[in-house]
Design a protein around this ligand. Sequence first.
Ligand SMILES: C[S@@+](CC[C@H](N)C(=O)[O-])C[C@H]1O[C@@H](n2cnc3c(N)ncnc32)[C@H](O)[C@@H]1O
Length: 495
Amino acid sequence: MSDFLTAFFALHHGLPRQGVGSDATTRRLLELAGPLPARPRALDLGCGPGRSALLLAAEAGARVTAVDLHQPFLTELAAAANRRGLTDSIHPVRASMADLPFRDGSFDVIWCEGAVYHIGFDTALRTWKRLLAPGGVLVVTECEWATDNPSGEARAFWAQVPLRDTAHNRAAAREAGYTVEAVFPLPDSDWFDEYYTPLSARLDQADPRDPAMAEAVAASRREIELRRRHGSEYQYTGYVLRREEDDRLRQRLAVPGSDLAASYPPHWLIDNAMGPNPLWLTETLAAAMTLTPGMRVLDLGCGKAITSIFLAREYGVQVWAADLWIDPTPNWERVRAASAADRVVPVKAEAHALPFAEGYFDAIVCVDAYEYFGTDERYLAYLSRFVRPGGQIGVSVPATVTEWDGDVPAHLRDYRDREFHTWHTPQWWRRHWAKTGQVEVERADLLPEAATHWRRWEEAVLAAGGDASEDVVRLLRADAGRTFSFARLIARRTG
Ligand SMILES: C[S@@+](CC[C@H](N)C(=O)[O-])C[C@H]1O[C@@H](n2cnc3c(N)ncnc32)[C@H](O)[C@@H]1O
């Protein structure tokens, strides 16, 4: 290593960060990256001493492969991981980000803060793509011009590492085969609080008699001074990028009018759904309910808690994610990987023995689960006790367009062993609820085009190799909306 580089590393050794950023920005980018799979496989490139690697492991539950060329950074990271009990989650690897020794498709998230310029944005995006698993996401921060007319001074400084602007980098990302899901300009404080400010203190203490050190100090001072004088002309920008092929699946799963649901990563949705597009069903419920930030919401029969994560992320509510078959531990891992740990509480609960105080919830939501216990005439009287008077209960259930008497309709006879004989019309549910005298039924309707959306979901999941049955697809095709649909039921507790 040259004397200059040795002096440069000595100046930077032990700083909180080795570049522009903050934990708050890492968290924000994680949130923008959308829900990651539980215990995501992460690759942190140019990890330095590992601020982001440690955060990904500690907060998102990631298993992080942390790559850097500079061994002392990796040693520092390993020590920090050890101190924080994260040794099993952080694997430091000394390698060049230009030549990565990993198999195709082996990461759910690739992370690179303030380091991509080492090999160049375009090369990085092109060569790293093969490492992303289906549904994987690439998060990268890059320095860019923030003005069309940078000063001569700024231009001269950045001549070594020519900057581009956001429009140019967006286009480059698309060119490299990604969809740009989010673009986030890092705040100016990310340059100073954990980087330039502590570095400045070091510069003041450095030994000016050592020529290499004097040169390193002068270079750092020029850089910091430029930021002070011309900081509005350039910025760091975070990009959240997904493989463009994933976008085709996302579009295939999208239900018109359910734009929030359609923005979620399709593989995550397919891997964790336990019935037809639960986010579509949740969004249609939420659209007809009053859900405001901070409300306490019970998500009953939450399955793998993706509806709870969606409610927390999109409506800012606090969710108790209760389920019987799915254990709260994997749900907690999913919640953490979805940046929702502060708003979702996973619990194991049986619908008839809820471990909550009466009147505790502002709302109860139940997506594609109420049919398992709610046809019992006594059930609503029990459940409604847990919502405060005036609070809402919103339920989405598979439903029928008409009630039938006697034997099942002729075109469904081949499918006799299915549960559909327990399904009902919205009118049936309205009467079933209204006669308890505990609630005012505000809505009991069929979701528009539900049979088509349901069939398209099953077909898409099947085509993507997910958990759908050909039998259900045949049933929905044979029925063609004559019998099956989805109902939305919303009531307010009166008593
Ligand atoms: C079809 S899955 C739907 C899960 C989730 N809402 C979704 O749409 O992905 C039905 C869920 O209802 C839950 N469930 C069924 N009976 C239950 C009961 N008695 N108490 C609590 N949960 C129950 C199951 O554990 C299961 O996760």
